[in-house]
Design a protein around this ligand. Structure first.
Ligand SMILES: [Zn+2]
Length: 202
């Protein structure tokens, strides 16, 4: 049976196929980059924009991230919004019935199940905005971020400023000697570096 798929195109499709109600309005947005590139600030700005449009927004972050505050997302220049700490991505589903937009900070620290949960939420017609480090301090893709970037409708890749030469920085270099990958910190532990400086230092 010919199926009209747009104003001026018709395709032949052998199986019975009925268009369900379209949901093409919800978006998955990923804001990524190295440390000190303004990811959390970008997330807070997106939240503010949606709230100005009278949309309800809920903010989640991984339980381990308590460097500034237990129930807030705080940018490096101390902008903040209230947030709910969760351990497992699936926990989000119990809080979003009456919510238009789901914002998630430090997405790199969640396990891979966040990918399916985010897609399920978008399929409900809700926007999802995630912020996270795309690369760890070894310049390896961080946790679920590569998959989230692949699934995203909108990707905003931010840069920081190289500590040594002021070029755009895409790497986070760790200057502390701790062996842990999950290490939250400030500028005494990590510095943003450009590609050339990163290569020379590592
Ligand atoms: Zn540099």
């Amino acid at each position: 049976m010919p199926l009209k798929i747009s104003q001026n195109k018709t395709v032949k499709y052998s199986k019975h196929f009925t268009l369900s109600e379209r949901n093409d309005v919800s978006k998955i947005t990923v804001i990524c980059g190295p440390m000190f590139s303004g990811k959390t600030k970008g997330l807070i700005n997106e939240i503010a924009t949606h709230r100005e449009q009278n949309k309800t927004v809920i903010v989640f972050k991984p339980l381990l991230d308590n460097r500034y505050s237990d129930n807030e997302v705080v940018s490096h220049d101390k902008d903040k919004v209230e947030a709910r700490n969760i351990e497992e991505p699936v926990e989000m589903l119990q809080f979003i019935d009456d919510v238009d937009v789901i914002a998630i900070d430090e997405a790199q620290f969640f396990n891979d199940s966040i990918v399916d949960v985010v897609e399920d939420i978008a399929a409900m017609g809700k926007d999802v905005i995630l912020a996270g480090l795309d690369l760890d301090y070894r310049a390896e893709p961080f946790g679920p971020m590569p998959m989230l970037l692949g699934k995203a409708d909108v990707v905003k890749k931010l840069h920081s400023v190289c500590t040594f030469c002021s070029a755009p920085a895409k790497y986070t270099h760790r200057i502390s000697e701790d062996g842990e990958l999950v290490l939250l910190g400030e500028k005494d532990k990590y510095v943003p570096l450009c590609r050339t400086c990163y290569k020379e230092l590592t």
